[in-house]
Design a protein around this ligand. Structure first.
Ligand code: HEC
Length: 276
């Protein structure tokens, strides 16, 4: 289904719900008009944009105990203040941290090292929950940075031996079976055309499947109306796998994101997306 089709069908089901509720008061013509307005609005604007805007403000604001902005201190791999294309080149190796990092982890690193925030404070609530009215700062920041790579190709540098090593670890994790059901990621994602509860599960080992796994993240999730990052997606699949949730911004998540993103190398990133 295309994004427009997804939006239209969601809009339609919302509309049916609203209409059933207010059947007595709204006549058909009026309802139709309301629906058309709603649909047009949804097609024109992905709510993710609002989170990206907040992220832009945060990126430029002097914040934290050290009162500096990320814009003047944080290097996402292309130089301080250079944001275009940074997202599609991550995960990458960062010399100053001596680690391969994905976008979310790198921004957290900058918030801690440059701005002086405490990692534990950020990790306390890194993801937006269904009852939250606002996304955590880190989600807004990731969304902003991702937006800056819209229409650019994924280009994880597998020629860098440090990145290659992490990629291979990611590949092992994807095949590693454990937990009460003896599941690996590949139990659900390793074959073509597998589905759970009507959801198509991408085969992450193949370029097309890997692309499905990375496109549209960070994403605005219609269910719950929440903005979520790729890191969140990984955590949620660990839950599906009945594994303990990994530590926030851990090596393990970076390894998985390196594996998937590199498998999607060459695919054009369409920016933050909308997910069911
Ligand atoms: C028990 C089955 C199961 C296991 C095991 C599992 N997943 Fe998933 N995964 C799902 C389901 C179901 C969805 C779709 C959820 C949705 O759309 O709401 C999903 C979605 C995803 C997506 C997002 C796809 C998209 O369209 O955006 C990625 C990426 C992903 N999984 C990666 C992984 C990784 C990596 C692992 C191993 C750590 C893993 N999954 C383990 C069931 C599983």
């Amino acid at each position: 289904m295309t994004m427009k089709a997804v939006l239209a069908s969601t809009a339609l089901s919302l509309f049916v719900g609203v209409a059933a509720h207010a059947q007595e008061t709204i006549d058909h013509a009026k309802a139709h008009e309301e629906f058309e307005k709603f649909r047009a609005e949804m097609e024109d604007s992905n709510p993710a944009e609002l989170f990206a805007l907040k992220g832009q403000e945060l990126w430029h604001a002097k914040r934290g105990p050290k009162n500096v902005s990320l814009h003047e201190t944080c290097d996402l791999g292309l130089g301080i203040g250079k944001l275009e294309g940074a997202y599609v080149h991550m995960p990458r190796y960062f010399k100053d941290a001596d680690a391969v990092m994905d976008a979310e982890r790198r921004i957290v690193w900058c918030m801690v090292e440059k701005q002086g925030f405490k990692f534990e404070d950020i990790a306390k609530k890194p993801f937006m929950g269904a009852n939250d009215t606002q996304a955590p700062d880190i989600t807004n920041l990731v969304t902003y940075i991702a937006e800056k790579s819209r229409n650019m190709k994924f280009a994880v540098d597998l020629k860098d031996p440090k990145v290659r090593e992490i990629y291979e670890i990611g590949k092992e994790i994807v095949n590693y079976r454990a937990g009460p059901f003896d599941f690996a990621c590949n139990t659900c994602h390793g074959t073509d055309g597998r589905r759970i509860r009507m959801q198509n599960l991408p085969n992450l080992a193949k370029p097309e499947g890997a692309a499905k796994g990375v496109l549209g993240w960070p994403g605005y999730r219609m269910t719950g109306g929440v903005m979520l990052t790729h890191q969140w997606r990984m955590n949620d699949c660990f839950r599906q796998q009945r594994f303990p949730e990994p530590k926030y911004a851990s090596d393990l998540i970076t390894a998985l994101l390196t594996y998937m993103t590199a498998n999607a190398n060459g695919v054009v990133y369409k920016g933050p997306g909308i997910k069911r």
